[in-house]
Design a protein around this ligand. Structure first.
Ligand code: C2E
Ligand code: MG
Ligand code: MG
Ligand code: MG
Length: 282
């Protein structure tokens, strides 16, 4: 009997594995034609500047309509990276983000995520330069977000590319800060313009622990290094006030706004602008 059970467990896992593999292959095949079929679009999530209490930036977040539903990047970005498809897709994201953000008020920037694979393959710098020229987008309104994993290799080529991008006036942000193995040392390897505090620290505020002490330390670190700090994953008014009280520069999270369509983001900007003007006349 034990043997029979063992066998059925084995078959169960085999079936699961099979389904996962099929899903992986379907995603890969679908992703190949996603740009041509117009299945990709961007959602925009505002970053609220706490000093002026106004939208300072929006992060472009990739969405994919596949087989009738919207797939989150966590499911398909890894596949895009493994297959190299992230290179054309990344270029599409940057071009689209610049085209959309061109119509926003000049003080609102756009942030685009870059994958480590984009640094390894193709000439990322020329690609970015070409897209800026083609769209006529002001590089000082562009932020590029990278994660700590990019700097893990301590690759000179990567650092050179980052410096060249920055020389165009582009801001470089360290995304999901505090989740890597040696977060602090990465801050020494490159003069980032912005540190985005990973949302796990915001979640950690709900339970006893050291999350607040760590958040305060990161904000202090940012100040002394001349880097802007953004708190990610702010979901409650209490968290927002806590970030304000501790001198965090910006917040991003569901409390202020979830990622929204380009059209809805334009509405959000218009509404915010109108209420600010109204406020100024009071
Ligand atoms: P990220 O760059 O850290 O983006 C922030 C993620 O946190 C987004 O998830 C956003 O929807 C989510 N988020 C924002 N506020 C809150 C909140 O208050 N609570 C919670 N629980 N979540 C919040 P999303 O859009 O699913 O993206 C996941 C990740 O996929 C991104 O993390 C980024 O690493 C990657 N990604 C998205 N778009 C692109 C892209 O165009 N290129 C590349 N290479 N990666 C991308
Ligand atoms: Mg990001
Ligand atoms: Mg992030
Ligand atoms: Mg993330």
């Amino acid at each position: 009997k034990a043997k029979a059970e063992g066998r059925s467990t084995y078959h169960f896992f085999e079936a699961e594995l099979d389904a996962a593999l099929r899903r992986r292959r379907a995603i890969e095949a679908g992703l190949r034609g996603a740009i041509e079929r117009n299945e990709l679009h961007l959602a925009f999530q505002p970053l609220l500047g706490l000093e002026a209490d106004r939208i300072a930036c929006a992060e472009a977040l990739l969405r994919w309509e596949f087989e009738g539903r919207t797939i989150a990047p966590d499911e398909f970005i890894p596949v895009a990276e493994e297959t190299g498809l992230i290179v054309p897709i990344g270029a599409w994201v940057l071009r689209q983000a610049c085209l959309v953000a061109r119509d926003w008020p000049k003080h609102v920037r756009v942030a685009v995520n870059l994958s480590a694979v984009q640094f390894r393959s193709a000439n990322l710098f020329s690609q970015v330069e070409a897209i800026l020229a083609e769209t006529g987008f002001d590089p000082t309104r562009l932020e590029l977000e990278i994660t700590e994993s990019l700097l893990l290799a301590q690759n000179d080529q990567v650092l050179r590319t980052l410096h060249r991008l920055r020389s165009l006036g582009i801001r470089i942000s360290m995304d999901d800060f505090g989740t890597g193995y040696s977060s602090l040392s990465y801050l020494r390897s490159f003069p980032f313009d912005k540190i985005k505090i990973d949302r796990s620290f915001m979640r950690g505020l709900a339970t006893p622990g050291d999350s607040l002490a760590i958040i305060k330390a990161i904000i202090g670190l940012g100040k002394s290094l001349g880097m802007t700090t953004t708190a990610e994953g702010v979901e409650t008014p209490e968290q927002l006030e806590l970030m304000r009280a501790n001198g965090c520069d910006e917040i991003q999270g569901f409390y202020f706004s979830k990622p929204v369509s380009a059209a809805d983001f334009a509405l959000l900007l218009a509404t915010a602008d109108a209420s600010q003007k109204a406020g100024a006349h009071l």
